[in-house]
Write a protein of this length. Structure first.
Length: 317
């Protein structure tokens, strides 16, 4: 039995679990279906180097100021570039390093896929796909909203399916993303920042991993547009990767490829958001994440902070 269980080790889940742990509000357990933490704060070692293949940076805004200070003290982060939108910060060891720092004080179990939940004797019960069970007084679901809704729908919680909040949640959709991780024979000049976003192209962005300090060799993360990604997502990895590389060669004929790999995000960016920064769907069952706080890392944090404030107020902590 735990006081709190958080499902999902993306930024919102990590921040909620870390905050509750450090405030000593009770025992905390974080369950994550993957082999590592961070969600879209993802770094991959492949092709003899390292790539960020989710969030490329964070902007130093008010919502992330406390974490920025924490990471700066640990010397985990540095300013990549500055633009009209603000300061853009990243981590030399990759964005996953920032997530791992948040995870340090948390009791985490990895590779735990939750199949269903139920309310039993004034507590929540969670069952994994391997029939493992856990119990808690407060349950926070922080996975991408479609995954959280799938758990709820499998769980037969007796919810009125015509509820307005459920109807609103079901309408929220995410864009998909396909990305190419590319190693080059020599550096390719994108621009002075080493990061470029496109508005009228099949590319969404190109991020120079060497210029940002993540890779020691010439390497790019190429994120394709939502339209391209949606159209091509169900194709084989080989077909998608070949199309991306052909477009890269058209855009930059001087490119000399050494190697490339494809990555996919089924739930890349939320396209709309719920009216509130979190939802208490049933007593002590909370839904949080970017579908509530808004797209971007800052949106995930806003949702996490909001649910922690609500729990604090509700329980006079």
């Amino acid at each position: 039995m735990k006081d709190y269980i958080v499902v999902g080790a993306g930024l919102s889940g990590l921040q909620a679990a870390q905050f509750i742990t450090e405030k000593k509000w009770g025992s905390v357990l974080l369950l994550e279906k993957s082999r590592g933490v961070g969600g879209r704060m993802a770094t991959r070692r492949t092709l003899d180097t390292r790539f960020d293949h989710g969030a490329q940076f964070y902007r130093n805004k008010e919502d992330i100021a406390e974490l920025h200070t924490r990471w700066s003290i640990k010397q985990l982060t540095h300013q990549w570039f500055k633009s009209d939108l603000g300061e853009h910060w990243c981590a030399s060891a990759g964005m996953t390093a920032l997530a791992k720092n948040l995870a340090e004080p948390i009791n985490i179990k990895l590779e735990k896929l939750i199949s269903k939940i139920s309310y039993e004797g004034d507590c929540w019960s969670l069952t994994s796909d391997k029939e493992e069970k856990w119990y808690c007084k407060n349950l926070i679901l922080s996975a991408p909203l479609p995954q959280s809704l799938a758990i709820i729908e499998r769980s037969n919680l007796g919810l009125d399916q015509s509820r307005d909040d459920l109807a609103a949640l079901r309408k929220i959709q995410y864009s998909k993303a396909v990305l190419a991780l590319v190693v080059l024979e020599e550096d390719l000049f994108i621009n002075k920042e080493g990061y470029k976003e496109f508005t009228d192209n099949d590319f969404f962005s190109i991020a120079d991993q060497k210029q940002k300090g993540v890779s020691s060799i010439a390497a790019l993360t190429i994120t394709m547009s939502a339209e391209f990604s949606e159209k091509e997502f169900e194709q084989t990895d080989e077909i998608i990767l070949n199309k991306i590389l052909a477009k890269l060669q058209d855009q930059y004929p001087q490119v000399k490829l050494v190697g490339a790999e494809l990555k996919k995000w089924r739930y890349c960016q939320v396209l709309s958001r719920y009216k509130d920064p979190f939802l208490e769907l049933l007593p002590r069952l909370y839904l949080i994440g970017d579908a509530f706080g808004g797209p971007s890392l800052l949106g995930a944090l806003r949702s996490s902070f909001a649910v922690c404030e609500a729990i604090q107020s509700k329980n006079n902590l």
